[in-house]
Design a protein around this ligand. Sequence first.
Ligand SMILES: *Cc1c(COP(=O)(O)O)cnc(C)c1O
Length: 388
Amino acid sequence: MFDLASVRADTPGAARVFLDSAGSSLPPSSVLDEVIGHLRREAEVGGYVAAQERAADLDAGYEVFARLLGAERDEIAFTDSATRSWLSVFDAVPLAVGDRVLVTEAEYAGNAVPILARAAETGAVVDVIPSDVHGQVDVDAVRALLDERVKLVSLVHVPTNGGLVNPVRPVADAAHEVGALVLLDACQSVGQLPVHVGELGVDLLTGTGRKWLRGPRGTGFLVVRRDARERLRPRLVDLHGGEWTGEREFRFRDDARVLELWECSVADRLGLITAARYALDLGLDTITAEVADRADRLRAGLREVPGVEVHDLGARHAGLVTFTKQGTDPGEVREHLAAHGVTVTTSGLSSTRLDMTRRGLTTVVRASPHYFVDPAQLDEAVAAVGTA
Ligand SMILES: *Cc1c(COP(=O)(O)O)cnc(C)c1O
């Protein structure tokens, strides 16, 4: 049973009308205590001893994320951001002249820039999969675009600029028929939706701690499925992912941690693991239902406000609510809401250029309520949009 009072009591920032869990969410007290407690311990005994004391908990983190993501523990790696996860795994996908990379209209700028840079360097070609009538990736169009030159299909589960949930499984199955790897950016889905790599059928998955998982900033994670590991050509490997075995010899690890770096913020890693445990304890199905309830209520309220247009695409909606208000700049809406104690953000053209350009949008206001938001706070937010 979901207990709103108890999750709110666990959330030091809950009194604010906080609608930016797609940006950087509010951590529960247990995460905060874990991070601060470890920093204090490091100050007492030094970082090495403090980490050694928590070795079992750090190791258990692989099990926790394997459970969260439906993976095996040797398929999990930790990094310092979703972007770091994405960059290191993308860099390890072999690409040569004439190879093709498919992206969707939901592609995120942080992925698009390295894809375009590598295409320019290698002579690989980037093609965009069009969207269907719902605005999500068109499964039939993918089939038509696929051939054996496609080496990678880059998918975004939930885009940064709206509430749609892209279909993944049928795209992954079609991609596998031509031998392509499938890389899923699950930054906006992990922590708000059940995400199971086996069911989604993806080879590689990346995510962040700071958004729907309510973990610390500067944390990320990565899934490399066992079958995909052999097909990667890791390059950005340190003394943790590889071993210097002879004067001119080295050996890579043979699991996902080949892409992990030795140095990390141990406090943040512990906080991330605590955040994942917290989500698992609440239950992802419960979280999904509570987030959907908040987002639906917010969309319904916003649609009643004169001049407001809600922009979320997709046959199925996640917890990101995007809108504009006629005659008021999205940045002004954000500032007006901030002055009324409501935290939202804006999402601009350059973050999701393909989708925004196709829809003729330059900036939208993005409100992303998590389960710890009291429904009455959403009504306050809607009222504040009304006076913006
Ligand atoms: C936020 C976001 C990222 C990047 O996450 P970081 O934590 O900044 O690395 C990647 N993809 C999508 C879709 C995002 O919304």
